[in-house]
Ligand binder design. Structure first.
Ligand code: FES
Length: 131
């Protein structure tokens, strides 16, 4: 039996939404100190929804597949919906991940959550500055 599902292979070979967004509304960067992999997510927000999302991942194949899948899952969703994404959900959408690769899906969810947090913090700062 192959270790990786067809979906993982597809997203690894043809990752969606790779790159950087100019003037993003939020940035989230995470890394795993053990494997040394790193992910950065860039988001654009409109009406409290993810309008656009791109990523740069320096990491293993599963990390790349996870990043790609997370961007597809997040587009058009509300920020609250995306904040509820769990590593289990992401791994499930990919048709499962081997146990040793589960932390890769954790990174994907974390990076996106961080980008949303960054967006919300910046928004708060702006609001505080204008009052
Ligand atoms: Fe660490 Fe995949 S091995 S992110």
């Amino acid at each position: 039996m192959p270790i990786y599902s067809d979906k993982v292979m597809d997203h690894f070979m043809n990752p969606r939404n790779v790159g950087e967004i100019e003037n993003p509304d939020g940035i989230g960067e995470v890394g795993n100190p053990i494997c040394g992999d790193m992910m950065t997510f860039y988001i654009k927000v409109k009406d409290d929804r993810i309008d656009d999302v791109k990523f740069k991942t320096f990491g293993c194949g599963a990390a790349i597949a996870v990043s790609s899948m997370v961007t597809e899952m997040a587009k058009g969703k509300t920020l609250d919906e995306v904040m509820k994404f769990t590593p289990e959900l992401v791994a499930g959408e990919l048709g499962g991940l081997p146990k040793a690769k589960f932390h890769c899906s954790n990174l994907g969810a974390q990076a996106l959550h961080k980008a949303i947090k960054n967006y919300r913090d910046k928004k708060k700062e702006k609001e505080a500055a204008s009052t």
